[in-house]
Design a protein around this ligand. Structure first.
Ligand code: SF4
Length: 364
């Protein structure tokens, strides 16, 4: 006689959530495998990114880290592109518009590949075959980055170089590009802001100067500037395939701390102290300016526009928080000892000019 197996225990709500989360994670991992790219090769999107990473790529250094197994932000960006670009091409005039084509930028130092988003002749003033086209690079960004674009009207440097690279590459291939446009799209709200520049000889020269700089860094990549702030502070470093080569063997994606490996000698520490002091002075200076303008705007609640920007000024009542003085009084009234804890340790940094060298104490 066989006994029937006991039915599986019913899932809890937490287990159902966990299984869905695991499936989502697996989906993003599968996606990363479906769309592999060589993280050790410099492409157009890397031209304006971290200079040290670009130098490692050009010098063909072997990756030391596998990189992030999931690339959620990039995959979501790809999904937005897949939805938007064909529709935008149709709206602009499908006959005159192409999307997602490979190009190669040829420079005095090497060839750099890339894939542009959208190129259209629909905005050209004439139908002449030599009329310059408009190259649109869609940048789907989070709300914080989008707000920065709205507030400053500026293109992020890494995006600037990337689209300019596509434009110059396309012009080199015989189809001149007149306008480079950066279409910023807020992932949270769908709001957009397009910033457009004419592709001039000056901008082309800037692009070639950046390429030349990266190739010069590639001669000695360990001397190239780190243009990201390291693990735990920069998502770029967290996903960088050169992380431990750059920040040392203790570097772990997502965890800060390996930054201390940069203070390896007296000059390194003094340099760090100098930069720390400069940053502190800059912060204090900006805080003073901020305080002044807060007073200027103190009685201006409302929405204003000057035709170019709009400004919404609002005031929030401060959030309620524990009244420490009243709490202490209560405890003391009831004879309960006031509990103490320690503040987090703080660091003091004082930068002084070194004493001039003497015979007894020559310069190091
Ligand atoms: S770890 Fe960060 S700073 Fe170093 S090369 Fe990579 S992106 Fe640049």
């Amino acid at each position: 006689m066989t006994t029937a197996a006991a039915p599986p225990a019913p899932l809890t709500a937490a287990q159902v959530s966990a299984r869905i989360e695991a499936a989502v994670s697996q989906t993003f991992r599968d996606c990363a495998l479906e769309n592999p790219h060589d993280p050790a090769t410099l492409s157009m999107s890397g031209l304006g990114a971290c200079a040290r990473r670009g130098a490692y790529q050009i010098a063909r250094y072997a990756p030391t880290n596998p990189g992030a197994p999931e690339k959620r932000a990039a995959d979501l960006g790809t999904a937005i592109h897949a939805w938007l670009l064909p529709r935008l091409a149709t709206t602009l005039g499908g006959r005159w518009t192409s999307i997602e084509r490979d190009v190669v930028l040829t420079t005095a130092h090497g060839r750099i590949p890339g894939t542009f988003d959208l190129d259209t002749l629909a905005l050209a003033q004439s139908e002449d075959a030599d009329a310059g086209s408009t190259l649109v690079d869609v940048k789907s960004v989070n709300r914080g980055r989008f707000d920065r674009v709205m507030a400053t009207g500026e293109i992020f440097p890494e995006h600037f170089t990337q689209n300019l690279g596509y434009a110059v590459a396309k012009t080199q291939q015989g189809r001149p590009v007149q306008w480079a446009a950066w279409l910023y799209l807020c992932r949270d709200t769908g709001r957009t802001r397009t910033l457009t520049l004419e592709v001039t000889d000056e901008l082309t020269a800037l692009l070639h100067a950046r390429v030349a700089l990266l190739y010069s860094y590639a001669l000695h990549p360990e001397f190239a500037p780190r243009e990201e702030r390291g693990p735990g502070l920069s998502v770029v470093c967290d996903g960088c395939v050169f992380l431990t080569r750059c920040y040392g063997p203790t570097a772990v994606p997502g965890q800060s701390g390996a930054q201390s490996s940069l203070a390896a000698s007296d000059p390194d520490v003094v340099d760090g102290a100098r930069r720390f002091t400069e940053a502190r002075e800059a912060r204090l200076q900006w805080e003073r300016i901020e305080k002044f303008w807060a007073l200027v705007l103190a009685d201006s609640a409302g929405i204003y526009t000057d035709g170019e920007h709009s400004a919404a000024i609002g005031y929030h009542r401060g959030a309620s928080r524990p009244d420490q003085a009243a709490m202490r009084q209560l405890l003391e009234q009831h004879g309960i000892p006031v509990p103490y804890t320690r503040n987090r340790p703080t660091m003091t940094v004082t930068l002084n000019a070194a004493a001039p060298p003497t015979e007894e104490n020559p310069a190091p």
